[in-house]
Design a protein around this ligand. Structure first.
Ligand code: ZN
Length: 86
């Protein structure tokens, strides 16, 4: 198990968890599941180690693999400012 050390923001010891990471590749959203990362239980900061970061880059550059992957649909919500009370 990789030692992620402490959170840079709040100095809490990071815990290893498997997370979802999402990336925008041009105008396409790609989600990588099961990414090992250090997650701060206090503030939610996420850190991946260099090896995992490199693997992520490889996966994201693998257009064939992305093309063959299952797709999920996600809600798309348009930002709207709250109506101002009169
Ligand atoms: Zn933190």
């Amino acid at each position: 198990m990789y030692n992620y050390g402490e959170c840079e923001i709040c100095n809490t010891l990071l815990e290893e968890k498997k997370i979802h990471q999402d990336f925008w590749i041009k105008d396409k959203l790609v989600v990588i599941d099961n990414v090992p990362a250090g997650v701060c239980p206090q503030c939610g900061e996420k850190v991946v180690n260099a090896e995992v970061g490199e693997r992520i880059t490889e996966l994201l550059n693998d257009a064939r693999r992305i093309g063959k992957s299952p797709t999920i649909s996600v809600p798309l919500i348009k930002y709207e400012a709250e109506p101002v009370a009169v």
